[in-house]
Design a binder for this molecule. Structure first.
Ligand code: GNR
Ligand code: NI
Length: 169
């Protein structure tokens, strides 16, 4: 097991659009990589991690929104097949450290994906799980939650992060 480095904004690699995975790629090496992603996510700590964030541009993500870290979910080639309603959630992102902001997302979604063994499944999600699935699927499209902010707020975020980087250097 090993912890993977997480890319941080404004790294241009976070803007990469992930490519679909062929089921033949879902081998033991892939599953070992998935375990490293869970380990990296729990260590951060976070409730979700898209492959894009660890510079892997295949279309998959891992999520566990449980308190006890006992509800691991792997989504390969996820697709949202229905949406209903709206919810506003204060979001954060491991790739945009120290920033939190309200984002409006669908309240309920139904997602279809493959698990890490290539088995198709369908999941109805609401609340935080629905938010997290939408947040991770955005990463796979090269999109970050701060992209939804007004230009003024996004500018404030950029300046805060630039200042943090200067003091860290
Ligand atoms: O750990 C995370 N928490 C979180 C909280 C509210 C909305 C979305 C998230 S996802 C985030 C981890 C992350 O950056 N995943 O890409
Ligand atoms: Ni994120």
């Amino acid at each position: 097991m090993s912890l993977l480095p997480i890319l941080e904004f404004p790294d241009p690699r976070l803007r990469t659009i992930a490519r679909a995975i062929d089921p033949s790629e879902l081998d033991d090496a892939f599953r070992a990589h998935v375990q490293n992603m869970f380990e990296t996510m729990y260590d951060a700590p976070g409730i979700g991690l898209a492959a894009s964030q660890v510079d892997d541009h295949r279309r998959f993500m891992v999520i566990d929104v449980s308190e006890n870290h006992d509800e691991r979910r792997v989504f390969v080639n996820p697709r949202i097949v229905s949406r209903e309603g709206e919810q506003v959630c204060q979001e954060g992102c491991l790739s945009v450290p120290t920033i939190n902001a309200d984002v409006t997302r669908s309240e309920k979604i139904v997602v279809q994906a493959l698990d890490e063994f290539g088995k198709p499944f369908e999941l109805a999600a609401d609340g935080l799980l629905a938010v997290c699935i939408q947040h991770e699927m955005d990463h796979l499209e090269g999109k970050l939650f701060i992209d939804y902010l007004s230009p003024l707020k996004r500018d404030m975020v950029k300046r805060k992060l630039a200042k943090l980087r200067r003091s860290a250097a």
